[in-house]
Write a protein that binds this ligand. Structure first.
Ligand code: ATP
Ligand code: ATP
Ligand code: MG
Ligand code: MG
Ligand code: MG
Ligand code: MG
Ligand code: MG
Length: 265
């Protein structure tokens, strides 16, 4: 196409390509999901439908972008790691980030009815995104440790908070006041003595979040459930759908990384 005299405006665009040879991590997070979860009557503290929907939307992103090697999700957030040497979109930060977050958001809306069959979507949800380059394997591992520790801290707090509200009849303000300044050990103690709950026996998906990794060839165990609808989208993807495993395990210690050495290769 012939160049117009307006073409010069293109030169105002900034080069935002990410550093070479670094892990690229995109994290998306629901905008105002405190409110979104109330409007859509999420079960508190953990709505299983919402957690499954988030993971299914993340799986759609992973199916589309083959250079994503690992995803980690909890609450209203998901992180996606692109392999170190990805050349997708010439590593342009804005291209990577916006493609991930927009596909995530549209998938979330597209498959909403599969998970919330009796709860209509009340308004279009939005997600923010950021991209960060991590130069070393240790930085990447620490990134996931950070997110999983966050999952644990929030879940312990939220579990206590909602037990006090739902079973002891405290108002949210009273519950918050009661938990102010408490340590993890105090919260474990409240759960145990007041509600006979051993925190460590709660489902791992709540305590550890969700990890998605690609299955090694020939391995068919613990595969995520394949699509149950007969929609065009699913039909189209059935044959080529890569096998993805869903795990709810510790990612802070070394065992996860030792069991999956191919991830850091
Ligand atoms: P921001 O726009 O700054 O991200 P936010 O309201 O989304 O604001 P977050 O810190 O991201 O705040 O917290 C997400 C909130 O969404 C949680 O506090 C929780 O109330 C709610 N939430 C997310 N997922 C679930 C779930 N599966 N079950 C119940 N509540 C959830
Ligand atoms: P990229 O992912 O790089 O953006 P692309 O295929 O989206 O690749 P674009 O340069 O964005 O390429 O061009 C968008 C294309 O979408 C157009 O070339 C045209 O073929 C098609 N298209 C978009 N809007 C319409 C429309 N309203 N009617 C017909 N075709 C359209
Ligand atoms: Mg926030
Ligand atoms: Mg949020
Ligand atoms: Mg969040
Ligand atoms: Mg275009
Ligand atoms: Mg286009």
């Amino acid at each position: 196409m012939a160049k117009s005299r307006f073409e010069y405006v293109k030169s105002f665009e900034q080069n935002d390509s990410c550093l070479p040879n670094c892990w690229l991590v995109v994290r998306i997070d629901g905008k105002g999901f405190h409110r979104f979860s109330e409007v859509h009557h999420f079960v508190k503290p953990n709505d299983d439908r919402a957690l499954q929907l988030m993971s299914r939307a993340a799986q759609c992103v992973m199916e589309e972008f083959k250079d994503i090697i690992l995803c980690y999700g909890q609450s209203d957030e998901y992180s996606f790691v692109f392999k170190k040497n990805t050349q997708l979109y010439c590593r342009r930060a804005s291209k990577l980030m916006t493609n991930v977050v927009s596909l995530f958001a549209s998938s979330f809306v597209f498959i909403w009815p599969q998970y919330f069959s009796s709860q209509e979507l009340q308004y279009p949800p939005a997600f923010d995104a950021r991209i960060v380059c991590y130069p070393s394997d240790q930085n990447l591992k620490d990134y996931f440790s950070w997110r999983q520790a966050d999952c644990h801290i929030n879940n312990l707090y939220n579990t206590c908070f909602w037990k006090l509200v739902q079973e002891k009849g405290l108002t949210p303000a009273q519950s918050q006041e009661k938990l102010k300044g408490t340590l993890s050990s105090d919260k474990n103690e409240i759960l145990f003595t007041e509600f006979n709950i051993n925190y460590n026996n709660l489902p791992e998906i709540y305590r550890k979040g969700t990890i998605l990794i690609r299955q090694k060839k020939g391995n068919t165990e613990s595969q995520t459930p394949s699509c149950t609808t007969s929609s065009y989208y699913c039909q189209q993807n059935k044959k080529t759908r890569p096998r993805i495993s869903m795990l709810h395990v510790d990612i802070i210690g070394n065992s996860f990384w030792n069991e999956h050495p191919e991830l850091l290769e």
